[in-house]
Design a protein around this ligand. Structure first.
Ligand SMILES: Nc1nc2c(ncn2[C@@H]2O[C@H](COP(=O)(O)OP(=O)(O)O)[C@@H](O)[C@H]2O)c(=O)[nH]1
Ligand SMILES: [Mg+2]
Length: 297
């Protein structure tokens, strides 16, 4: 990164409608899987902080849940509030869009962007654009629509353009020392990361079969002599959904737990003993008390 004198650091919100690649981008920037991703919209339910430390700048990214307009339940209302809070108090906002796509869901993000907070648009998934010439008129359209400070084509999947994105964001951060230690990559607790990684496997291995409201709760998290013992519950709405998650002879649940454990061991850098139960908790997506208990407020 080129030097223009002095270290910079600050907060950057990552916003955009579900499925545009916000979490993939954050993981790419941080270099670790701290925010879960999936081909299904709605994966990210909580705000995740990802810290990127370079010699001349430290970026504190806030990955927000996708702005949700389709469902009006308590969970989605809380998620939308969380998005609005994230963009109000940052040094810059990155609005992520999918290359060559600007639909009603993207436009719904516009009113959330705050006057006075510099905006950078990341046009993501450029790896899937065959004719790169088509990007120019698309970027022109975005320029006229949102008047951003800059538009940067990126691929969160391959890493193309992500250094340019950091370079562009750096100019927008205040001159100051680091806000976090240079080896910190997130403020999320291991307990929360464990829950998220397990949730990702639910999304990935059950696909469309997964009940929309399934949730993960970590009941016990112990670290003894480098071994993490984690007891987790998967909460589903109805008794019938329990069978879907467990699968024939327990095969599905075993696969979910085993893949989640692998990801946890990679992220935590140590051995993990993971036990998972499936429980029925009806109507939790509309239950404010449960949402509090699992940490969405
Ligand atoms: N081709 C391609 N796919 C991507 C890219 N970034 C993300 N994706 C995919 O888009 C889907 C949604 O990504 P995710 O990060 O979960 O989106 P989010 O809902 O905005 O956080 C996943 O299937 C990703 O693998 C990219 O740069 N190129
Ligand atoms: Mg996400």
């Amino acid at each position: 990164m080129s030097g223009d004198g002095g270290h910079r650091s600050g907060y950057v919100a990552i916003v955009g409608q579900p499925n545009v690649g916000k979490s993939t981008l954050l993981n790419r920037l941080v270099g670790q899987k701290i925010s879960i991703t999936s081909p299904r919209p709605q994966t990210t339910r909580q705000r995740i902080i990802g810290i990127v430390t370079r010699p001349e700048a430290q970026f504190v990214f806030v990955d927000t849940p996708g702005f949700q307009t389709r469902h009006g339940n308590a969970l989605n209302r809380m998620m939308n509030r969380s998005v609005s809070r994230s963009v109000a108090d940052v040094d810059a906002v990155v609005w992520v869009l999918e290359a060559l796509r600007l639909d009603a869901g993207d436009r719904a993000v516009l009113p959330l962007l705050q006057e006075g907070v510099p905006l950078v648009i990341a046009v993501n998934k450029v790896d899937s654009v065959g004719n790169k010439n088509e990007l120019l008129p698309f970027m022109q359209e975005l320029q006229e629509l949102a008047h951003p400070h800059a538009i940067v084509p990126v691929s969160a999947r391959t890493g193309t353009g992500t250094d340019d994105l950091l370079e562009t964001l750096r100019e927008l951060l205040p001159r100051r020392e680091r806000l976090y230690g240079e080896d910190e990559i997130t403020t999320a607790s291991e307990r929360m990361l464990a829950a998220e990684l397990l949730r990702e496997k639910l999304f990935r291995l059950l696909g469309e079969e997964l009940p929309y409201s399934a949730m993960v709760e970590i009941e016990k998290f112990e670290l003894v002599d480098g071994l993490r013992r984690i007891h987790a519950g998967i909460l589903v709405d109805k008794a019938g959904q329990k069978g879907i998650v467990i699968g024939k002879g327990g095969a599905k649940l075993k696969q979910i737990a085993s893949q989640a454990r692998g990801d946890m061991e990679r992220l935590f850098g140590g051995k993990v003993f993971l036990e998972v139960w499936v429980k029925v908790k009806s109507g939790w997506a509309d239950d404010a008390a449960t949402l509090k208990r699992i940490g969405i407020d």
